[in-house]
Design a protein around this ligand. Structure first.
Ligand code: ATP
Ligand code: MG
Length: 158
């Protein structure tokens, strides 16, 4: 399905904003530019839902969650960052492994199975994109993923 990515992304953020607790604030850094991508919207919704759920789950009181989209060379790079506990640098790539969770004790109290990011990686790679994390322990985490933007020749949306 061909969608305007920022519009699609904003709708998902809206849905979380309506139900989230007040311990976190959302900060959108999204332009009105139209970038068209050809995606499985159900799968991408699942990917973004998991990243946002993690950001909320691991955010401290008063934390901000920032949403950004950067474009270069017809690649769209999506960023979702939080001010949470972060991930130790030696584990930052392992969070995409199935069932991997940073700290078992902490993980148990937080709920979840450790599958969310593994599924996200599978889905983003199936779309030809990449997904990765950058994190500063104690300061926060940013999850990035990329998607190809449709060029005018490929798109038949107008
Ligand atoms: P599930 O998504 O299956 O409910 P989960 O959230 O534990 O469970 P993943 O989403 O795959 O699993 O994340 C794997 C692990 O990576 C988490 O258990 C957590 O330790 C760490 N992690 C993921 N996102 C963040 C984040 N934003 N801040 C800190 N740690 C994170
Ligand atoms: Mg998760």
């Amino acid at each position: 399905e061909i969608v305007n990515f920022n519009q699609f992304f904003n709708r998902i953020i809206d849905r979380f904003e309506l139900s989230k607790s007040d311990h976190v604030s959302f900060v959108r850094m999204l332009s009105d530019n139209a970038y068209y991508v050809d995606i499985d919207t159900d799968k991408l919704t699942q990917v973004i839902d998991n990243i946002i759920s993690n950001a909320i789950k691991y955010s401290p009181d008063g934390g901000n969650i920032r949403f950004g989209v950067v474009v270069s060379d017809s690649i769209l790079k999506v960023m979702i960052s939080d001010d949470g506990m972060g991930i130790p640098s030696e584990n930052v790539d392992r969070v995409f492994d199935r069932f991997y969770r940073v700290d078992r004790a902490r993980a148990r109290s937080m709920g979840g199975t450790g599958l969310g990011l593994a599924i996200a990686r599978e889905m983003i790679e199936a779309h030809g994109g990449k997904i990765w994390a950058e994190s500063d322990e104690g300061k926060g985490t940013t999850i990035f993923f990329t998607l190809d933007i449709l060029t005018e020749e490929e798109g038949e949306w107008d």
